[in-house]
Design a protein. Sequence first.
Length: 230
Amino acid sequence: MRLPALPRGERGDRTVITHPLSLALVAFVVTAIPAFLLTKVIGKHLESLTIMGSSLVVGGIVMWLVDARNAKSEIGGQSAANSLIDTWRMEAMSLGQAIWIGACQIFSAVFPGTSRSMSTIAAGQLAGMSRSAALDFSFFLSIPTMVVATCYDLLKSVRGKGENAIGVSHIDPHGWTVLAIGFVVSFIVAYWAVAWFLAWVRRRGFAPFAIYRIAVGAAVLAWAMGFLGR
């Protein structure tokens, strides 16, 4: 995966609004506003093992069904007749697809366990994007989402707000250095992990991850039921 050419794209038919990077920002805004307004609801759901387990199971089933639905089209490629896929590359995606993916990403914010990547990739596939195109856009969409979320939490911490507040006055130069090194290392490791994941999924599909999600979700639900029954 590589960064789409700026500003007109590889085919020269993109605009400032329809360039993939702009579409990622559009999808982010579509997600961010409702997620911010639902902060209290999200906080309550974070404490519910039942919601987490259910989200894992439902998300795994959705991932499996959507990938299986598009499997024949993926195998047949762009020349296949009656293909369910009309967007084979992220460069060709539309504004409507970006808005749809951003709206579906709200589920991952409201229901912990849904998984941001699962919701965006499945949404992209349902909107006619290939597995590869949906994966690439999900990766680009994760950048503003995680950067803003991280900076927001960090700002609350250094300002002395929240349960994990550290307060800017408590951080010495050595602490800032350690924080910066940790940020850079985690970014590099995350980047290569995602790159490996993208390459692996393009070849094998989402079925193994769907099974994993369903198994973990079922275990969480079983534990929650036993815990609540005591």
